[in-house]
Design a protein around this ligand. Structure first.
Ligand SMILES: [Zn+2]
Length: 77
């Protein structure tokens, strides 16, 4: 007799727009996003990109239907 493991299904609480009830479409806007690319300059003056990094500023989260600012809900993601 092999004991069967209980299957745990994690159900996350869905984000629902409190204004229009939308729970499917959302979008994010990163404000003041800063793109940093590091270059290495060669002897002949050409550049070689070493790596890129994104310094995201404040990220705002919006409802895709009524465009309500839901940034406070996004903290739960
Ligand atoms: Zn909405």
């Amino acid at each position: 007799m092999v004991a069967r493991k209980p299957v745990t299904v994690l159900v996350r609480e869905k984000i629902v727009c409190p204004y229009c009830g939308n729970q499917e479409e959302f979008y994010e806007v990163a404000e003041n996003a800063l793109m940093v690319v590091h270059y290495l300059q060669n002897e002949d003056g050409t550049f070689v990109p070493l790596d890129e990094s994104m310094e995201a500023g404040a990220v705002k989260f919006f409802c895709g239907r009524c465009q309500a600012d839901l940034s406070h809900l996004r903290d739960r993601l």
